[in-house]
Write a protein that binds this ligand. Sequence first.
Ligand SMILES: NCC(=O)CCC(=O)O
Ligand SMILES: [Mg+2]
Length: 331
Amino acid sequence: MTGFFPDTRLRRIRSTGWSRSLHRETTLTPADLIWPLFVTEGTGVEEPIASLPGVSRWSVDLIAKRAMEAIALGIPCIALFPNTQADRRSDDGAEALSPDNLMCRAIRAIREACGDQIGILTDVALDPYTTHGQDGLLDDAGYVSNDATIEVLVEQSLNQAAAGADIIAPSDMMDGRVGAIRSALEAEDHANVQIMAYAAKYASAFYGPFRDAVGSGGLLKGDKKSYQMDPANGEEALREVALDLSEGADSVMVKPGLPYLDIVRRVKDRFEIPVFAYQVSGEYAMIEAAAAAGAGDRDALVLETLMSFKRAGCTGVLTYHAAHAAKLLNG
Ligand SMILES: NCC(=O)CCC(=O)O
Ligand SMILES: [Mg+2]
């Protein structure tokens, strides 16, 4: 309990910089960040993404350089997303299972350049590989088939683990995929490969620029509401997390980030496990647009937003601002 004014003046501890430092409840460091990176074909290629100002797709050789940059900045983990060439996309997303796909080549190049100095998190879902832009296989009625999709996701996970992925991150929201992937990893000698489950991934309007980045935006027909969660639901997120943990998830993710910090807090309080949030592409674009319009100072907006994730209970944050934020934090 606090006392009463004037004996208690909360402004006393705010009155100087050193005192504010001393009383700060939450810290934000580069070690809290995971940097999502987009991979594309070619050599020496950097392709800026118009809807994500300041973010580019990189060819495999340059992705390894980004990973080295992350290490130098103190960022412990990167997340990879491929922009699969149009002629390698198909209805069944079979390119996801090729040991020489863009994702696997990027994993190997980073491993070769960086050894185990950085964690490589890989996205498991079919949307960067399908001609219809959905995360799984469609049945005859156009419904994303749960159990048939899981079989492919298991193979996709094993393919990434064999290439050297450290954290498998299923983003598809099929029921039961975490358990199936965990069993397969155990059986195939990948006992130390982690699973970060996109446990509470919402059917959000904030994913637009990401779909441009992986080239699925123009392909997607309809929406993803039959597998991603309804933004109105919180209790259901707790059930999703409970299931993924029971199936062997090492950590869970809430996505998007800022509009769902209440979910982060509820998950953290209920389960006391590592919780990550994904500050998604539309959130990034919103901050950039606000700063460009003069509505706020870019650096301050970035750091305040990321601190709020930590305060809400996040273990770490996936953010396209990771490198910039780390530079600011490193002074
Ligand atoms: N599976 C990864 C994503 O869907 C990312 C979404 C975004 O950044 O908008
Ligand atoms: Mg689930």
